[in-house]
Design a protein around this ligand. Structure first.
Ligand SMILES: NC(=O)C1=CN([C@@H]2O[C@H](COP(=O)(O)OP(=O)(O)OC[C@H]3O[C@@H](n4cnc5c(N)ncnc54)[C@H](O)[C@@H]3O)[C@@H](O)[C@H]2O)C=CC1
Ligand SMILES: CC(C)CC(=O)C(=O)O
Ligand SMILES: [Mg+2]
Length: 358
């Protein structure tokens, strides 16, 4: 199979973990006789430094012409601590999602058994948890009108959703529920927000088309609590852009670490695959970032964009085997991990590649 992949590593640990993800793609191509060609493109702080623009036109053009994008992360402390900065790395990520119409962000919360003790949540609460988040990705308060009053002392962001935006992601989530445990929880704040009342109205209208799917609605505050109290009660979770962003960082603690959660952003055209984490300034350049979220993002790419189920399963199995062999990066190590088994980013990547080579 011939596929063209754009690697957009971005900033901070995005560079470090994406290097490992790309090595996995190269190895899979070699092993299964696929022809994967690669090109790179700039985004975020790296793009601002080079071009003044967090999302150069060339990045969008190359991405549109690709079969898939392997993405790292954006962000730099310089902007985090400067609220007045008008040009920001995160605009690059929001921009590419919008430009490519990537309205559905799938975030699987997969708990590897070996990592039960890596979480701060009790093992008996966690065991068996398996959740698939559908986070709407091109609407909501991230894309609504924003601004400041003339005296700059009042600021606003508009939480806005239109029916078609809710419908198209809801249909994807219901379809996925049909292939899983047939449970769907829609999360909103319909007791307060008008946009959430439209969200709930649309989900209620679609639900009868899927009579086998058991639907529940939760308010975001209660959902955040239930996710930790009883993660096993959830199967597919459908929610908006802001709520999904926050809930999935919380859910990373079910999987043990931010470094374990992959995502697929899909829509009408190409797919973009990225860890859910950011550029992690606190560990950038130390070579200790967990690359497994990038590796698992590659598995999602192979499965969803290329339909290569066997190859995708092999990548997930390699992660499982490396964890079973006792290897850990620092974020998922615990007191029982021998120090020689605590690996850096590339060392962990090398173990994955060794597994894949067989
Ligand atoms: N998708 C993206 O590109 C995202 C970008 N950001 C940006 O990233 C920058 C840092 O934001 P934070 O709030 O610190 O979020 P973050 O996700 O970068 O890091 C949160 C915490 O998780 C840890 N962590 C994250 N990924 C890890 C990995 N692979 N291995 C081990 N530990 C890992 C970090 O060390 C940190 O303690 C900011 O500039 C922010 O805007 C934040 C979230 C998503
Ligand atoms: C940095 C934001 C643009 C996005 C974010 O936090 C995410 O997609 O998880
Ligand atoms: Mg986030």
């Amino acid at each position: 199979m011939k596929k063209h992949i754009i690697v957009i590593a971005g900033d901070g640990i995005g560079q470090e973990v994406t290097a490992v993800g790309k090595q996995v793609l190269e190895l899979i191509a070699d092993k299964y006789n696929h022809e994967f060609t690669f090109d790179t493109a700039l985004i975020g702080h790296a793009a601002i430094e080079a071009t003044g623009n967090p999302l150069p036109d060339e990045t969008v053009t190359k991405s549109k012409a690709s079969d898939a994008i392997l993405f790292g992360a954006v962000g730099h402390p310089k902007y985090d601590n400067d609220p007045s900065a008008k040009v920001r790395p995160e605009q690059g990520l929001l921009g590419i999602r919008k430009a490519l119409g990537l309205y559905a962000n799938l975030r699987p919360i997969k708990l590897f058994d070996e990592l039960l003790s890596a979480s701060s949540i009790k093992a008996e609460i966690l065991q068996g948890a398996d959740i698939l988040f559908f986070r709407e990705l091109t609407g909501d308060v991230y894309f609504g009108e924003k601004g400041r009053s003339d005296d700059r002392n009042t600021a606003y962001d508009t939480m806005i959703y239109s029916r078609y935006e809710i419908e198209r992601i809801a249909v994807k989530a219901f379809d996925a529920a049909m292939t899983r445990r047939k449970k769907l929880c829609s999360v909103d704040k319909a007791n307060v927000l008008e946009s959430s009342r439209l969200w709930r109205e649309v989900v209620q209208e679609i639900a009868p088309r899927y009579p086998e799917v058991e639907v529940e609605h939760q308010f975001i505050d209660a959902a955040a609590m239930l996710l930790i109290k009883d993660p096993k009660r959830f199967d597919v979770v459908l929610t908006g852009n802001l709520f999904g962003d926050i809930l999935t960082d919380e859910a990373s603690q079910i999987a043990g670490s931010m470094g374990m959660l992959a995502s697929a952003s899909v829509g009408d055209t190409t797919g973009l695959y990225e860890p859910i984490h950011g550029s992690a300034h606190d560990i950038t350049g130390k070579g200790i970032a967990n690359p497994l979220a990038s590796v698992l993002s590659v598995a999602l790419m192979l499965d969803i964009s290329f339909g290569l189920k066997t190859e995708a399963e092999e990548v997930v199995s390699a992660v499982d085997a490396v964890l079973k062999a006792g290897f850990r990066t620092r974020d998922i190590a615990d007191k029982s991990t021998p120090s020689e088994n605590v690996l850096g980013t590339q060392q962990m990547g090398d173990e994955i590649l060794r597994q894949l080579k067989g």
